[in-house]
Write a protein that binds this ligand. Structure first.
Ligand code: 2NL
Length: 345
């Protein structure tokens, strides 16, 4: 019996040594140490032994079992490590391989222009004010010195929702609301960017919806020269340091006096070309001194306070600056158009 156990140990250890993988090792475990294995079989014959020999044989059987068991455990660790190494070797990746480039989008040209203009005025101490696109007739017209009878209030020109509510036709109602909130106390110094709506037939230069930026300053002793200086800084920052501006008399119901503002042509420098239609000047915005009626209606004492305001169409500015010939390009989202405004940082 002793011989047989030793033999079994030899045999099992050899088999463990030769096991090629974890499955084979497990089969060896089951066949040698399992309930139906040869060791159990040998131990069944213990009954025939003398009382003296029995414990010795029992101890030897346990020794053999432990030896096989620990060799299996050892082998298992080795095989597991080998498996990990193999997996690592077969799954190595080349971390030096260049990645596929991620395509990044870019700001819409109108967004870029609005942000550029906002930054420029923030630099001069203005804050940004925003308000509703669906507006009351009062703020859109009445508070801006356009009484009910005014021709600009023709139903044909605006998108009315009810008698008293319409899509705003300009961003001025934001300014009227802001002035009201100041309760007659200056200064007010704001820029109002946003979408506005007019009943127009869309073509190369008209759109029923477009972006406007208006500015408003109300304080004591605000003069026309403040307006001119401000717009000169604006024109130079946006169109180039060599630009000059020129004011021509005009009319708006909400300003008095009112002016149209031209910038010297950034293409020909004033000598005359197709962009400035041979005049040397390009119209960029409308402006003026805030009408006393507008100040009073929004709660300001027009004897103590004065102000200037200006308004511009953002599409027009962008079309001039980038040489875009059709306003509809801004809204049709043709990727070939949009990606031309990509600036890599
Ligand atoms: C243009 C001209 C303008 C204003 C807008 C304004 C606002 C208030 C009071 C007085 Cl609350 N004026 N805004 C003034 C002059 C011209 O816009 O051609 N816009 C596209």
């Amino acid at each position: 019996m002793q011989e047989r156990l030793k033999e079994l140990q030899q045999e099992a250890l050899q088999a463990v040594q030769n096991a090629a993988d974890l499955k084979e090792l497990n089969d060896i475990r089951v066949s040698y140490l399992g309930k139906k294995g040869p060791i159990t079989e040998v131990l069944k014959g213990m009954g025939k032994l003398s009382a003296e020999e029995r414990p010795k044989m029992g101890a030897l059987a346990n020794e053999v079992r432990d030896a096989i068991s620990s060799s299996i455990e050892e082998k298992q660790v080795t095989l597991e490590q080998e498996a990990v190494q193999q997996k690592l070797a077969s799954e190595t990746i080349d971390v030096t391989l260049p990645g596929r480039p991620i395509k990044s989008g870019n700001h819409h040209p109108l967004t870029s222009i609005v942000e550029e203009i906002e930054d420029l005025f923030i630099g001069m101490g203005y804050t940004i004010a925003e308000g509703p696109e669906v507006e009351q007739d009062y703020y859109n017209f009445e508070a801006l010195n356009l009484p009910k009878s005014h021709p600009a209030r023709d139903m044909q020109d605006s998108f009315y929702i009810t008698e008293e509510i319409l899509m705003r036709t300009q961003t001025s109602p934001v300014q009227a609301r802001t002035m009201e909130k100041h309760h007659g106390k200056g200064p007010v110094k704001i820029i109002c960017p946003g979408k506005v709506y007019r009943r127009d037939n869309d073509d190369a230069t008209h759109s029923h919806q477009f972006m406007q930026i208006e500015g408003l300053v109300v304080d004591e002793n605000i003069r026309m020269s403040d307006l001119k200086g401000t717009l000169e800084v604006f024109a130079k920052k946006l169109f180039g340091e060599d630009r000059e501006i020129r004011l021509r008399p005009s009319f708006f119901p909400f300003t008095e006096p009112s002016v149209e503002v031209d910038v010297s042509c950034f293409k020909c420098g004033g000598s005359g070309c197709n962009i400035c239609k041979k005049t040397g000047w390009i119209e960029i915005l409308g402006a003026g001194m805030v009408h006393p009626n507008v100040l009073e209606m929004s709660g300001f004492d027009s004897k103590k306070y004065s102000g200037f305001a200006f308004g511009m169409g953002v599409e027009r500015i962008a079309m001039l600056k980038y040489g875009i010939e059709d306003i509809r390009h801004f809204y049709t989202n043709d990727i070939r158009f949009l990606k031309q405004f990509h600036v890599s940082e």
